[in-house]
Design a protein around this ligand. Structure first.
Ligand code: ADP
Length: 316
C-alpha cells in the first residue's frame, strides 16, 4: 500500500506535484497516467525518498520510505533502466545490489531466470539492447521479493514482444497480491494493463477510479450506422439531439444517442439499417479530452486540434 496525502513538490517556479492525495492498493495494477511533464517521475521519486516533498507526506505500508528497515524487501522500483554500470555483467550488477542490501545471493539466479536473462548473465550489460536493460532493471527491482513494485514508463521504446512480456509480468505480480504502480503517458497501453487509474495533469489529481469507470465517465458514446436512407436518418437523429458525422465507406457516426435509441428510431420510422454498432471510445481519447486543458504545450497544434484528432481516431 502506498499512501500520498497532500503531497507537494516545488522546483523553483515549477509546481511539479501539487497537493496529491491517493492510495495505491495491493492485488491490482494501478496505472499512473499523465502527459509528459505531469509530475509522475517526481511523485515516484518522492515515494522512494529520492527527493523530499515541499509539503505533505507519502508512506509505504504506513512508513516514510526512509524509515523502512529493509527497503528493497518492501519496495522494488524501475525508474531509469539506463542507471546500470555498463562495464559489469548482469550477474555482477545484481550481486552488487544484493550485497549492499543484505539480500541472499541465491536470489540472483532466481530473478535472472524470471526475467529471462540467465543465458547472458555473464555478459557485460553495455552490449544489452533496451529491452534487455529493462529486464535487468526489473530483475534488480525483484531481488528483494518486495510486496510493492513501481515501474516508471517501463514499456518506453520496447518492441511488441517486450511490451507483452512486461504487461504479463505486472499482471502476474498483481495476482500474487502485490501492489503494482506503473506510470505511462501511453493510454492505449494502460487500457490493456491497469485495473485502476490515477490520472494527473500539471501535478494535480484529475481522476482516481477503475479503468472501466474512467472510460465510461470520460468518453462520449458513439454509434456507427449504415443505411440506404441516409438523409432521412440524419434528419431524425439530429432532431433527436444527436451530432452526426460522415464516416469512411458511406457510414455515419452518431454522437449523443445509444445504439438502442438509434435502432428504435430507425424501426419506428421505417428506415432500413445495414449496420448498427456501438463504438467504444478508447482510453486514449478519454485521456486526451480530460487532460487537454492541463497539457503545457500542444506541440504546434492550434488550440482544440488535439480534441479533433481524438474524435477522428475514434471513428476511423
Ligand atoms: P513526468 O514524469 O510526468 O513526465 P516529471 O515529474 O518528470 O513529469 O516533471 C514534472 C515537472 O517538474 C516538469 O515541469 C519538469 O520539468 C519539472 N522537474 C522535474 N524534475 C525537476 C528538477 N530536478 N528541477 C527542476 N524541475 C524539475
Amino acid at each position: 500500500m502506498i499512501e500520498a496525502r497532500g503531497l507537494t513538490k516545488r522546483y523553483g517556479d515549477t509546481l511539479a506535484v501539487d497537493n496529491l492525495s491517493f492510495t495505491v492498493a495491493p492485488g491490482r495494477i494501478t496505472g499512473f497516467l499523465g502527459p509528459n511533464g505531469a509530475g509522475k517521475t517526481t511523485t515516484m521519486r518522492l515515494i522512494l525518498g529520492l527527493d523530499r516533498p515541499t509539503s505533505g507526506t507519502v508512506t509505504v505500508d504506513g512508513k516514510p520510505f526512509g524509515q523502512l528497515a529493509w527497503p528493497m524487501r518492501e519496495v522494488g522500483a524501475l525508474l531509469d533502466a539506463k542507471a546500470v554500470h555498463g562495464g559489469r555483467s548482469a550477474y555482477n550488477h545484481l550481486l552488487c545490489v544484493a550485497q549492499t542490501n543484505n539480500l541472499p545471493n541465491r536470489r540472483i539466479g532466481e530473478v535472472l531466470e524470471l526475467v529471462g536473462l540467465s543465458e547472458v548473465a555473464r555478459k557485460r550489460s553495455k552490449g544489452f539492447s533496451l529491452g534487455m536493460g529493462q529486464r535487468l532493471g526489473i530483475a534488480a527491482a525483484l531481488l528483494g521479493d518486495p510486496k510493492i513494485l513501481m515501474f516508471d514508463e517501463p514499456v518506453n521504446g520496447l518492441d511488441p514482444e517486450g511490451i507483452l512480456w512486461i504487461r504479463n509480468l505486472m499482471k502476474a505480480l498483481a495476482s500474487e497480491g502485490r501492489t503494482v504502480f506503473v506510470s505511462s503517458h501511453l493510454m492505449s497501453e494502460m487500457e490493456n494493463t491497469a485495473d485502476h487509474l490515477i490520472v494527473i495533469g500539471r501535478g494535480k489529481l484529475i481522476s482516481d477510479c477503475t479503468t472501466s469507470e474512467f472510460i465510461a465517465a470520460n468518453s462520449q458514446q458513439s454509434v456507427r450506422v449504415r443505411t440506404p436512407q441516409r438523409e432521412e436518418l440524419v434528419a431524425l437523429a439530429s432532431a433527436a439531439g444527436a451530432t452526426v458525422r460522415d464516416d469512411a465507406g458511406g457510414a455515419l457516426v452518431l454522437l449523443g444517442l445509444t445504439a438502442a435509441q438509434v435502432g428504435d428510431l430507425a424501426f419506428e420510422n421505417g428506415i432500413r439499417l445495414h449496420e448498427l454498432a456501438a463504438a467504444h471510445a478508447s482510453l486514449e481519447q478519454a485521456f486526451m479530452e480530460l487532460t487537454a486543458s492541463s497539457v503545457e504545450f500542444h506541440a504546434g497544434l492550434p488550440a482544440g486540434a488535439g480534441r479533433e484528432s481524438a474524435h477522428a481516431g475514434e471513428v476511423a
